[in-house]
Design a protein around this ligand. Sequence first.
Ligand SMILES: Cc1ncc(COP(=O)(O)O)c(C=O)c1O
Length: 395
Amino acid sequence: MTDAPEVGELTPPDRTLMGPGPSDVHPRVLRAMSTPLVGHLDPSFVDIMQEVQELLRYTFRTDNEWTIPVSGTGSASMEAAIGNMVEPGETMLVPTNGYFGDRMASMARRAGGEVVTVDAPWGKPLDTAAVQDAFDEHQPDVFGFVHAETSTGVKQPNVPELTDIAHSHDAYVIADTVTSLGGVELEVDDWGIDVAYSGPQKCLSCPPGASPLTLNDRAMDKVLSREAEPRSWYLDISLLEGYWGDERAYHHTAPVTNVYALREALRLVAEEGIEERWDRHLHVAGALKAAAEAMGLGLNPDDEFWLPSLNAVLVPDGVDAGAAIDYLLEQYDLEIAGGLGALSGDIFRIGCMGHSARPQNVAFLATALGEALEAQGADVDVEAGLGAMRDALNR
Ligand SMILES: Cc1ncc(COP(=O)(O)O)c(C=O)c1O
């Protein structure tokens, strides 16, 4: 028998989170998480569930009845979307221009689907013509794209064009909105997106644990008329319907505290106004971008595809990205991240999401990053960067 371990009180460091997620959590969300637990079938919780669904519809800009938080992280809502929409033997078209397109491919294969790809380099969005060609060649049943690619800092433009192509081929569209929901313009209904999934820990500034998902009636009809059951029991939407639909019957024990948190995070979105929130992200992240550029640092994507919630700043020559990231964490308790995969060592990934998308965070970040780069002898003009940031914030 081992002795009882002696574990001290929990004292996590007080970080400022400006990496690819999680972002800083709003104090009101933390407070909501410390309110008393009720049962997941308690009548009071049923009201809370309805409120969360309404708030999610507002944030997704959809009237989809079937709009819920999936228990689990963003990968759970992602797997619920793909695992239910792709039936064995069906074909899913996925992008190759970032890390999360690969994850879509893995999930589609595990669902028994065939995977075909539409290619674009990391750091570029999908081109409409390339998507058209891929549809003509492969006739996929389902098309997935990443609206806000966290690995490259690229925002996919032309979404209505892509959904039109898919629908003219009778295919369904799944959008990854993990790093856009609540921070970057997203119009699920107007853009013709059939299924969108997201995560709470990015622009909603909520801890991970309950992840938004929405399906329109057309997608839901497909899910409910599948021949084969989805391979996951836990993420089977036809079973989740029993809990989140009118029946309110037990399926699994919902993460009550995470649902409270999401409710409060979404209430903050509704209070601010979704469009005002998109504008805030543009404004504050725009100041961060201005600071980086005036310092002499480039951004990886072209301006047209810049993603305000995730800024992919190029690492200047001679700088060790990992050492700069460590410097910020050690000296300032400030978290940013490096590049993934093909962009490893080439970019810093600086999040500007939700509660982290505030002028004081950007001012802090620009000052500390400038110092971290100067500490390595990089040729950066920190004063110019701070001046450009101030001008942009005052605009
Ligand atoms: C674009 C994108 N999709 C999916 C995910 C997966 O979400 P999670 O890590 O919460 O499971 C992430 C997480 O960073 C993401 O950025």
